[in-house]
Write a new protein. Structure first.
Length: 100
């Protein structure tokens, strides 16, 4: 009996992992405000850095810039943004694209 309960628990765990857990998406707005707003403004209106509101860059281009950097840019965007996981970068990019 004990082994059957263990088998059921393992099976349910495997099923959940295969189907995926509920998504706890990164909060792009909060991450933006914490890491980007000092230069780009709280609403992406621009400050020290350029305005991002209405940017022509695609979300994928923003993710690439945040995760790999671009030698042609000024710091901090010469290099990847420290402490920013790919999921967080995607959430920030989606947030930036939502700014109108």
């Amino acid at each position: 009996m004990r082994s059957s309960k263990l088998l059921i628990a393992v099976s349910v765990t495997a099923l959940v992992l295969c189907l995926g857990l509920p998504s706890f998406a990164a909060d792009g707005a909060a991450t933006f405000k914490a890491k980007c707003a000092a230069c780009h403004g709280a609403e992406g209106q621009g400050k020290v850095g350029p305005a991002l509101k209405g940017t022509s860059k695609t979300a994928d281009e923003i993710v690439t810039l945040l995760t790999t950097g671009d030698e042609g840019k000024k710091p901090p965007h010469k290099k990847a943004m420290g402490g920013l996981a790919a999921d967080d970068a995607k959430a920030v990019a989606d947030y930036v694209k939502s700014l109108k």
